[in-house]
Design a protein. Structure first.
Length: 511
């Protein structure tokens, strides 16, 4: 075997590991080798043009998504924090609209390995895809474009600890965060490189990667002078049992929060910079909703069951301090509901006649109900600590909320008149903001680690889902968030999707 290997040209050395062929070549630029991952009918190839710094990669394979791995991978084995960037294009028209070209970080070369990638599809769809564990299902955060000409032309994927972020650029502009990020763990050493999948086992497709830059990253916030910038991303997630698809709706530098879904399922409402905004659920440019003289509106807002009225929490001239108001969804002057300040809307009763709202007090807070026409307030909880974030069940029988009355923050429910409190969760996490689904089958809530106190922003959290039939809990997505992520009801009207806001803290160097 030694004589056979040493007799090969120095530019080419092939060997077999686990039944797969791996090629090492001196002509792969910054990469060490290339191989087909998974089972493919047509072996892939790579050509490196050193004069122009381009990699032309051809790959076959049925897919690189969900539980399938079949693609050509040009790789380097490495460790630590890093970024990989490249211009990506398909030089030919191609056959399958979902052929993929991707920047990848992968635990191993085995099919089913944990990985994350920034992928461009032939149809223009752009996604941060990830499989967090060996053999798990792939999930993603998607940016949808109508055609390939509208998609980004340059991509970067970053690994900083267990955080992975996708950056994009459109036709030469500076790279900027796409709003797509995930948290997972890759044990060093791992593989980083370029991947191509034809999305058709009988075909091969080609992609060209140019201006490829692979570089190590300094620890985040290593410089005392480095102050990260905040980016906010409005996303939706499908509750499909086969895949957790996340669609990007809107992302920008700065802060916004608290999405609601309109009753027709076509738009989302959120607050940004003291204004109430709306944006198509499929993505677009947000537009302000006319709320008349109301200013300093915050993340406590929501639509009436018939979708005609919007409850908001804002200030108005002559009435300083947050109060609950109602405006027509189409816009108009606000009508005050709560006379007392420091009142924060949280939920409408299913019959549209009553509003539940919260109010802080020294050492904590409680919640009340009030007629949509105003008038007397009915106090529903009386605690020395916190009882917050009330949300009616769709049948009007219960109000779900979070409370620390058991010693840690857990999910509770009471009857709508405030009687018979019942603890719903009991674990080591700090659980907040429960929202029952319109079909009454689920509640969604956010969970902090057990050591986190209060409801802070920009913490590592999990979005979690509880089945009300058996009270089993599953994790939907991990993200940077907390306050602002899902303060108010954010279910799609058919209970098939959730809306939420995630956040990124991006170092100036990363930008």
């Amino acid at each position: 075997m030694r004589r056979l290997l040493t007799s090969l040209p120095a530019s080419l050395l092939m060997f077999f590991v686990g039944g797969s062929a791996f090629v090492h070549a001196q002509s792969l630029g910054i990469f060490e080798g290339h191989s087909d991952v998974g089972s493919v009918l047509h072996p892939g190839s790579v050509s490196f043009d050193a004069a122009h710094g381009t990699y032309t990669v051809t790959g076959s394979g049925e897919n690189m998504w969900v539980a399938k791995d079949a693609f050509q991978f040009v790789w380097k084995k490495t460790s630590g924090d890093l970024s990989l960037a490249a211009d990506i294009r398909f030089p030919h028209a191609g056959t399958n609209p979902h052929r993929k070209a991707a920047l990848l970080l992968r635990q191993s070369l085995d099919a089913g390995s944990a990985y994350t990638d920034a992928a461009l599809h032939g149809v223009g769809l752009t996604a941060l895809q990830f499989r967090k564990e060996q053999g798990a299902m792939t999930a993603d955060v998607e940016l949808n474009f109508d055609k390939i000409e509208d998609a980004p032309t340059r991509f970067r994927i970053e690994k900083r600890g267990d955080n992975f972020t996708m950056f994009v650029s459109f036709h030469g502009e500076p790279l900027h965060p796409a709003g797509a990020t995930t948290r997972m763990h890759l044990e060093g050493p791992f593989y980083v490189g370029l991947g191509v999948c034809s999305h058709d086992k009988d075909l091969s497709e080609t992609a060209v990667f140019s201006n490829v830059v692979l570089e190590p990253l300094a620890p985040e916030n290593a410089s005392a002078a480095s102050k990260p910038d905040l980016y906010s991303s409005l996303q939706t997630i499908a509750l499909s049992p086969s895949a957790r698809n996340q669609d990007m709706v809107f992302a920008t530098q700065g802060h916004f929060e608290a999405p609601n879904w309109t009753r027709d399922g076509k738009s989302l409402i959120f607050d940004q910079g003291g204004r109430i905004m709306t944006v198509p659920a499929t993505g677009g440019t947000p537009q302000p909703i006319n709320v008349g003289q109301a200013t300093a509106c915050n993340g406590s807002h929501g639509l009436s069951p018939d979708g005609k009225w919007l409850a908001i929490t804002c200030n108005t001239p002559g009435a300083p301090g947050a109060r609950v108001y109602i405006v027509p969804l189409g816009g108009g002057e606000p009508r005050m509901v709560t006379q007392n300040p420091s009142s924060y809307f949280h939920s409408w009763s299913p019959d549209g006649k009553t509003i539940a709202f919260a109010r802080p007090h020294p050492g904590g807070g409680d919640f009340w109900s009030i007629s949509v026409d105003g008038g007397p307030e009915t106090r529903l909880t009386t605690t020395t600590g916190i009882s917050d974030d009330p949300d009616y069940s769709p049948d009007g029988q219960y109000i779900y909320f979070n409370s620390d009355r058991s010693g840690s923050m857990q999910i509770w429910r009471i009857h709508a008149d405030g009687s018979n409190p019942e603890q719903i969760t009991s674990d080591e996490r700090q659980n907040w903001t429960p929202h029952p689904s319109p079909d009454g089958k689920w509640i969604v809530f956010i969970s902090y680690d057990k050591g986190v106190m209060g409801h802070p922003a920009n913490k590592e959290i999990s979005l979690r889902l509880m089945s009300l039939s058996d009270r089993k809990i599953s994790d939907l997505v991990d993200l940077l968030g907390g306050s602002g992520t899902m303060n108010v009801p954010s279910w799609a009207p058919d209970s098939s999707h959730l809306a939420y806001v995630s956040y990124e803290l991006v170092d100036a160097a990363a930008k």
